[in-house]
Design a protein around this ligand. Structure first.
Ligand SMILES: [Zn+2]
Ligand SMILES: [Zn+2]
Length: 91
């Protein structure tokens, strides 16, 4: 009984983590759910999201963020926010 409870708690933790990466909602040609992870919290992967191409064609710029030492970040990014992976908001 106790063991079941522990397993349930463990499973809840694992599935909580899994929620950060949601599977794409689109359906493939074979009529099965796309197995690719969703892109940019859109519910669709980069392949199925029509916005993906648009955003990836953004010009590459130097990140507008600052490092911990208050120096300008030198990372290049093509993200629409103009900030690199480290400096853009996570959501
Ligand atoms: Zn997909
Ligand atoms: Zn940066």
């Amino acid at each position: 009984m106790k063991r079941t409870l522990i397993m349930a708690a463990l499973f809840a933790t694992v599935s909580g983590f899994a929620q950060e990466k949601t599977q794409c909602n689109a359906t493939t040609k074979a009529n099965i759910q796309c197995k690719t992870t969703e892109w940019n919290d859109s519910g669709l992967c980069w392949r199925h999201n029509p916005d993906y191409v648009k955003k990836s064609s953004n010009p590459t710029v130097i990140c507008s963020g600052k490092t911990k030492a208050n120096a300008a970040c030198k990372q290049k990014t093509s993200h629409p926010s103009g900030a690199c992976f480290h400096h853009r908001p996570k959501n």
